[in-house]
Design a protein around this ligand. Structure first.
Ligand code: ADP
Ligand code: MG
Length: 483
């Protein structure tokens, strides 16, 4: 899948690197015991450490470290047994310390990879440069008072994992696929909820353009984009803007920009401060972080099955196509749903129902697979009713809709609505006799060679029998009657 921009001076390609902030799932903050629950009353989850009271000392939260290590393992990345916390100094009203504790020179996690499955069935490996742990800042609230800005420190000190990619992506689709894959990995691991609307996953999008084969050109960084769709749009408009700048004979300047989704454009925010402006230095309140290899091995042994492994297993064990397998493992909940339906049943049929009927229903109803209108057990039961001949495939779809509407069980609905398949050949023969009698002209045409009319007769018989006849029996009986 190649994405290019045709300019006056030739073809351009886009180069993308993502810096993604993932809020660590943990009960307490990175260096204090304060709670991290989303949506609490302002300033009710703030310890003396988070508020930077004089003399307070940070103490690393083992669970946050474990979560970051799990994430690193999930990215098939190098875990650095020795890492270090540094101070990144800057002033901001919602940063009471005047610095952020982060990892600069020695991050906890080094190089890894994320594999993308693209729509055309190919895969791409995107390099992960590093993952480091850092504190989140508080929040400035500008909308509470006409003349004042308030500060809420609930978020101050919450653990973040910053996951930085190599500039390996080449299209908005790849950027979108990267974020979906990363989200699926952290959700599977239970290390971040991946919820971009609530800000627990935020992306800084680095974009440059170049003629294919050239060295990288200057990039711009679009800050804090909060949905996958916006990331893709931001890449597209920013790349187009940069092509324009270069082709006008000007230079793209390295700067931080923001994406205005309402106007579909990026705008300058500030020119990029050089790293040394932050005066990084090792935090003297914290010892270097040394991990026991046995502890890391224990975390590795306890990891859940990762999306890539699950995809491979779905292809191997259930015979699914690479595409179906990718679609199903994209969200842990859909993979779980599928497995609940497929267990002990025809897996290919289960996959078709989940990716077809179920996904369409979720779309129409605006529901999520975590809260499906037809539970996995009910869909499984519908497939059993097809398999044992109680209903036919066509009625199964009607039954599926009925379960979604009423919430009743498939078995109850089959009885109540009389959906049982008709296998009584006498009844089928009687309907066939009526249909053929009423269409003598078509019967004559069929007999003189117009084979296509067979489908017409099948349709008429099925309609007359309200879709409930056994299609195989109808076919046989019709052949006999016309033969
Ligand atoms: P900094 O430390 O100044 O933020 P990095 O070298 O760490 O810079 O890169 C930050 C992000 O920018 C990374 O995700 C990287 O992949 C991306 N990046 C670097 N160079 C380019 C480029 N020329 N075009 C697009 N993205 C780039
Ligand atoms: Mg950066």
């Amino acid at each position: 899948m190649s994405y290019t921009i045709e300019g006056r001076t030739g073809v351009w390609e886009v180069v993308i690197g993502l810096e993604v902030h993932c809020q660590v799932i943990s009960k307490a903050k990175l260096f204090s015991g304060a709670a991290t629950t989303f949506g609490a009353e302002p300033n009710t989850q703030v310890s003396f450490v988070d508020a930077a009271f004089p003399g307070m000392l940070p103490v690393p939260n083992r669970e946050c470290i474990a979560q970051a290590v799990r994430t690193g393992l999930g990215l098939r990345a190098q875990i650095n047994l020795v890492s270090r916390f540094d101070r990144k100094n800057y002033f901001y009203p919602d940063l009471p310390f005047g610095y952020q504790i982060t990892q600069f020179e020695k991050p906890l996690v080094g190089k890894g990879t994320i594999t993308l499955e693209l729509e055309d069935g190919t895969t791409r490996e995107i390099g992960v440069t590093r993952l480091h742990l850092e504190q989140d800042a508080g929040k400035s609230l500008h909308d509470q008072n006409p003349t004042k800005t308030y500060v809420d420190l609930n978020r101050a000190g919450v653990g973040l994992m910053e996951i930085v990619s190599e500039p390996d992506m080449r299209s908005p689709e790849e950027a979108g696929a990267y974020l979906r894959k990363l989200r699926s990995i952290v959700r599977t691991l239970g290390t971040c909820d991946g919820n971009m609307e609530e800000g627990s996953m935020r992306a800084d999008v680095n974009v440059s353009v170049r003629h294919p084969g050239e060295d990288y050109r200057t990039r711009c960084e679009i800050k804090n984009v909060n949905s996958i769709r916006f990331v893709m749009q931001a890449v597209e408009v920013e790349a187009a803007r940069q092509v324009q700048v270069w082709e006008d004979g000007e230079e793209v300047v390295q700067e931080t920009r923001l994406f205005d989704s309402a106007h579909g454009e990026t705008r300058p925010m500030r020119s990029k401060e050089d790293a040394h402006d932050y005066r990084y230095f090792p935090d003297p309140d914290l010892l270097p972080l040394e991990l026991d290899p046995a502890w890391v091995a224990g975390l590795k042994a306890a990891l859940p099955e990762l999306p890539d492994d699950r995809r491979a297993r779905f292809m191997e064990d259930y015979g699914l196509s690479p595409y179906d397998a990718s679609v199903l493992v994209a969200e842990r909940a859909s993979a779980d749903y599928f497995e609940a339906v497929a267990k002990g049943r025809d897996a290919k049929q289960a996959a078709n129902w989940v990716t077809g009927e179920l996904f369409a229903l979720l779309n129409r109803a605006g529901r999520t697979i975590e809260d499906p209108p037809v539970p996995a057990a009910a869909l499984g039961r519908i497939l059993d009713l097809i398999a044992d001949g109680t209903i036919n495939g066509k009625i199964a779809k009607t039954l599926f809709e009925a379960v979604a509407e009423t919430g009743e069980s498939p078995d109850a609905l089959v009885e109540k609505r009389g959906l049982r398949q008709v296998t009584d050949t006498g009844a089928i023969d009687a309907v066939i006799a009526r249909i053929l009698g009423a269409n003598a002209d078509k019967v004559a045409q069929y007999k003189s060679g117009k084979d296509k009319l067979f489908g017409f007769f099948v349709g008429q018989v099925m309609r007359e029998m309200k879709g409930k006849a056994n299609p195989a029996l109808v076919n046989e009986a019709l052949k006999r009657a016309l033969g």
